[in-house]
Design a protein around this ligand. Structure first.
Ligand code: HSE
Length: 403
C-alpha cells in the first residue's frame, strides 16, 4: 500500500481526496498497488467531514512518518509550501502540486532536490488545470524541437473576453458580474493583469527550452484596457481578442516570451476557445501544430491532474522521472525589438496624420461609427510603434497586437 498525505484541504485538496476515493478501483489498478490518504494537513478542523479523522495540524507528523511516500501540496503560495516541499523531497518523499507560483519560482531547485533524493516533483496541475500539457511536453513530444507554445492559460480572463465579445459589454461590468457569480476572485489582479498566465507560460517555456525562464522577466500586459469599442471592430473584421501567453524559441538561442491581449482570427483554433476553457497550442518542428484543450481550473479537473501525478509517483517509487529544466537562466529576447502587426483604433479627425504615421496599410471603418476608424499596420518593431503612438498622442484611442 502507498500512503499519501494531502497538504491543504481547500477546493483542490478536497478534490484530490474525492478523486482517489471515487475512482479508487481505477486509481489503484493504474498505480499497481493500493493508494491510501493517511493524513490531510490543514489549519482548520472539519467537524462532520467524512475524512475528519485524517485531518491533522502538524506537518512534522507527516514528515516523520516513514510510511508516507507521496505528498500532494495543494496549499498554494511560496512560503510554507516551499519549506514543506523542500523538507519532503529531502526525505525522499515525492511531491505532486498544483502550485504554479511555487513551480515557476523554484521549479529547477525542487526538481534537482527530487533527483538527488530519488523521488519526484511533479506539477501537471500547475498549468491548464486538468489539461494534460506537462506530461505531453515531458514524454510525448520528446522527439520534437518545440518551436513555439501559445496558450490561453487563464479561465477568468477568457470568460470576461468571451462575454465582452458576445454581448458588447464593457470590461468593468463583465468583471463585476463574474465576481458576483464567483467566476472571478474578489481581488482579480493576478488574473486580469496577466500575472497568472505569466507564471504558467514561464513553466511551459522552461520545459520547451530545458533552461529556466524567469517569470519576472516576461513582458506581461493584462486585459484591463480592452474596450467594448475594440470588440465592435474585432467582430466586424471576423476576429476576436484573446489574452495569449506566447513563447517562441528563436534561431539565435534566445526565447521570446510574453503575455498580452491579441487580435486573432475567430477561425484560428485558439480563437474558438471560449468561456472559462483553456488551450495550449504547440508547434514542433516534426509534428507541426497540436492543441491541448480543456478546463484550466476547478476542483475536480485540477484534482484529477494532481492524482495523475500521484499515480506516476506510485509507479516510480525510488526512481526519478526525467524532466529537463535546468537552473541555468534562458536569455530572453528584448521585447522592444520584436516586430508585430498592430490593430490601431484612432480618432477620425486625425485620419491624415495617422495614415501618414503608419504608411500605406489596411484600414477599416464600421458603418454607423463616425468618430473612429481602424488601421491594421504592417509589422513594426515595438520600440518604433511606441514612438509613433507618442507622436500621435490622443489620436490613438487603443491598440492591440495582431496574432
Ligand atoms: N485563476 C485561474 C484562472 C485559476 O482563472 O484560470 C487557475 O489557475
Amino acid at each position: 500500500m502507498v500512503q499519501v498525505a494531502v497538504l491543504g484541504y481547500g477546493t483542490v485538496g478536497s478534490g484530490v481526496v474525492e478523486v482517489i476515493e471515487k475512482n479508487k478501483d481505477m486509481v489503484n489498478k493504474k498505480s499497481g498497488q493500493e493508494l491510501n490518504v493517511k493524513y490531510i494537513l490543514d489549519l482548520k478542523d472539519f467537524p462532520g467531514d467524512p475524512y475528519e479523522e485524517k485531518i491533522i495540524h502538524d506537518f512534522d507528523t507527516i514528515i516523520n512518518d516513514a510510511e508516507i511516500s507521496i505528498i500532494c501540496e495543494v496549499m498554494g503560495g511560496v512560503g510554507v509550501a516551499y519549506q514543506f516541499t523542500k523538507a519532503a523531497l529531502m526525505k525522499g518523499k515525492s511531491v505532486c502540486t498544483s502550485n504554479k507560483e511555487l513551480v515557476a519560482k523554484h521549479g529547477p531547485e525542487l526538481l534537482k532536490l527530487a533527483k538527488e533524493n530519488q523521488c519526484n516533483y511533479l506539477f501537471e496541475a500547475s498549468v491548464g488545470g486538468g489539461i494534460p500539457i506537462i506530461r505531453p511536453l515531458n514524454y510525448s513530444l520528446t522527439a520534437e524541437k518545440i518551436e513555439s507554445i501559445t496558450g490561453i492559460l487563464n479561465g477568468t480572463t477568457n470568460y470576461i473576453l468571451t462575454k465582452m465579445q458576445r454581448e458588447g459589454a464593457d470590461f468593468d461590468s463583465v468583471l463585476k458580474e463574474a465576481q458576483e457569480k464567483g467566476y472571478a476572485e474578489r481581488n482579480p489582479e493576478a488574473d486580469v493583469e496577466g500575472h497568472d498566465a505569466c507564471r504558467k507560460i514561464a513553466i511551459l517555456s522552461s520545459l520547451m527550452t530545458g533552461q529556466n525562464v524567469d517569470s519576472e522577466k516576461i513582458y506581461t500586459e493584462g486585459i484591463t484596457k480592452i474596450t467594448a469599442d475594440d470588440f465592435v471592430y474585432a467582430n466586424a473584421a471576423g476576429k476576436t481578442i484573446k489574452l495569449l501567453a506566447k513563447s517562441q524559441a528563436l534561431a539565435n538561442g534566445q526565447v521570446l516570451a510574453m503575455v498580452a491581449p491579441f487580435l486573432l482570427d475567430k477561425e484560428h483554433p485558439l480563437g474558438m476557445v471560449n468561456d472559462v476553457f483553456n488551450a495550449v497550442f504547440v508547434t514542433g518542428n516534426m509534428l507541426g501544430d497540436s492543441m491541448y484543450y480543456g478546463r484550466g481550473a476547478g476542483k475536480l479537473p485540477t484534482a484529477s491532474a494532481v492524482v495523475s501525478d500521484v499515480i506516476d509517483c506510485a509507479r516510480h517509487l525510488g526512481k526519478t522521472i526525467m524532466c529537463f529544466w535546468e537552473e541555468e537562466d534562458a536569455v530572453l529576447a528584448d521585447q522592444a525589438d520584436v516586430a508585430s502587426r498592430y490593430f490601431v483604433r484612432a480618432d477620425v479627425s486625425a485620419k491624415e496624420q495617422v495614415l501618414a504615421a503608419f504608411g500605406p496599410c489596411e484600414t477599416m471603418t464600421v458603418p454607423g461609427r463616425e468618430n473612429d476608424f481602424a488601421v491594421f499596420t504592417d509589422p513594426i518593431r515595438e520600440r518604433d510603434f511606441e514612438k509613433l503612438c507618442e507622436s500621435l498622442g490622443a489620436a490613438v484611442l487603443s491598440h492591440i497586437r495582431m496574432f
